[in-house]
Write a protein that binds this ligand. Structure first.
Ligand code: SAH
Ligand code: SF4
Ligand code: F3S
Length: 426
């Protein structure tokens, strides 16, 4: 058996974090293959391990550090990329001297050269990185990053410090990439960005970009992640409603229902402004479903503030929510605020919120029972298959066979926690 150090050209990538990070890992995988590396299916088979990290909450940091610790005595080459690298920089090498390189997100395209090079820390601003052309990735459901970074600086959030300021890609590059994805078999396209609907390049805004992408034949569904309520304009809502290919699922991160907390968070909207956007979405976009992100236990959050969050969650009736306890991020404005809420209180509120949301989710899912819905088949299982409805709801079908990438009608016969159960039509 080869020693790990002799298997340097075999790379395993471990990814943490959001869809953007997973997309970066997809790009990295292709770049490595183009440079002659082999990709391992499990860490044991590799001589080089690349961690593509996240640092949005403390939990993400701990997950990474506990995995990293396992390699302290191995002779594998360890490279730490992604968001945590940008924040930790040189201190990561001090903490874990066995790490070969620390590479911020703006140095993604340099990684193939770094593996064979000397030990480095690359975290300086590298604004040029964004013009690199993307490798072709063959996927039924493909993602294209249309903008990178974030300039909003919500007071709790580390992302603007990890990914840098907002940059939008050239519309022609995006158009070409979606065309190539369609030629390579993609039927669904997800436009990605930390603040995706803030997309802006010369006179092309997000609404105009959607229209451009919708004109590409072969693509049947267009999704986008993650839009920000503060950047959501009436024009965008109307455009989404006019384009049948746009899925009527809008993820609109609320964060809190309390105006006082929203102001401290620097979100750029208040609860009534948020509700107005929700009403417009529901008015214009047929069968729209809404999902959201919520933080509980932001500094100074009182029981009354939290109850306002519960109220708006009930008023909107989100299909689902991603709910988190506030996590203090040093270097952010909120990290230095007085009145940090104890973890015990935060966790108790989170528990109540999760239960409240789960009851709403169940009611929403129940409504589909008995209906016939067309799903885009994106998973084949040993027995059965799974796919997504036009609103991006997952339906699992236990038995039967359907071809990947096809649209098939199924009858909804039951519900699970966040998904539907379906059966094939005879
Ligand atoms: N750009 C998106 C969110 C990206 S981060 C937006 O503005 O809506 C994804 C989610 O992580 C956020 O919506 C927020 O709910 C959560 N999050 C970010 N920073 C956090 C922190 N310090 N503590 C807890 N949750 C946080
Ligand atoms: Fe973070 Fe706010 Fe930017 Fe979203 S909009 S990534 S929450 S700073
Ligand atoms: Fe995490 Fe970076 Fe995404 S901090 S949530 S991987 S943008």
């Amino acid at each position: 058996m080869d020693k790990d150090s002799q298997k340097e050209g075999i790379v395993y990538i471990k990814t943490f974090g959001c869809q953007m990070n997973f997309h970066d890992s997809d790009i990295l995988r292709e770049l490595l293959i183009q440079s002659g590396y082999m990709i391992a299916g499990k860490p044991d088979d590799a001589g080089t391990i690349i961690f593509n990290t996240c640092t949005v909450r403390d939990h993400a940091d701990s997950k990474f550090y506990s995995e990293l610790g396992r390699y302290s005595k191995s002779d594998k080459k360890i490279i730490v990329a992604g968001c945590l690298s940008q924040i930790a920089g040189r201190s990561l090498i001090k903490r874990a001297p066995f790490v070969h390189a620390v590479v911020g997100p703006q140095y993604l395209y340099e990684i193939p050269h770094i593996i064979t090079g000397g030990s480095v820390v690359l975290t300086d601003d590298n604004p040029e990185f964004y013009i690199h052309s993307r490798p072709e990735i063959k996927k039924l459901s493909a993602s294209v990053d249309i903008m990178y970074g974030c300039s909003r600086f919500c007071s709790y959030c580390i992302v603007p410090y990890t990914r840098g300021r907002e940059i939008s890609r050239r519309p022609d590059d995006i158009y070409d990439e979606v065309c190539r994805a369609a030629e390579n078999g993609a039927r669904e396209i997800t436009l990605l960005g930390q603040n995706v609907n803030a997309y802006s390049y010369e006179d092309i805004d997000f609404a105009a970009l959607l229209r451009k992408v919708a004109a590409i034949s072969g693509i049947s569904r267009i999704k986008f992640m993650s839009p920000n309520p503060a950047s959501m304009t009436d024009r965008q809502i109307r455009e989404i409603s006019y384009i049948p290919k746009c899925v009527p699922h809008i993820h609109l991160p609320l964060q809190s229902g309390s105006d006082r907390i929203l102001k401290l968070m620097k979100r750029g909207y208040n609860s009534s402004g948020y509700m107005k956007k929700v009403e417009k979405i529901e008015k214009y976009i047929k069968d729209a479903i809404l999902t959201t992100d919520i933080i509980v236990g932001f500094p100074t959050e009182t029981e009354q503030d939290f109850e306002q969050t519960l109220k708006i969650v009930g008023d909107v009736g989100f299909f689902n929510s991603f709910m988190f306890c506030y996590s203090k991020r040093s270097g952010t404005q909120a990290g230095a605020m007085e009145g940090q809420v104890s973890m015990v209180v935060s966790k108790e509120r989170l528990g109540r919120l999760i239960e409240y949301q789960q009851n709403i989710t169940v009611k929403k899912l129940e409504r589909y029972k008995g209906s016939i819905m067309s799903i885009f088949v994106d998973k084949q299982k040993e027995s059965g298959f799974a796919g997504r409805t036009r609103q991006d709801i997952v339906i699992n079908v236990k038995s039967g066979s359907a071809v990947l990438g096809k649209f098939v009608p199924v009858e909804v016969c039951g519900i699970s926690k966040h998904t539907l159960k379906g059966k094939e039509l005879a």
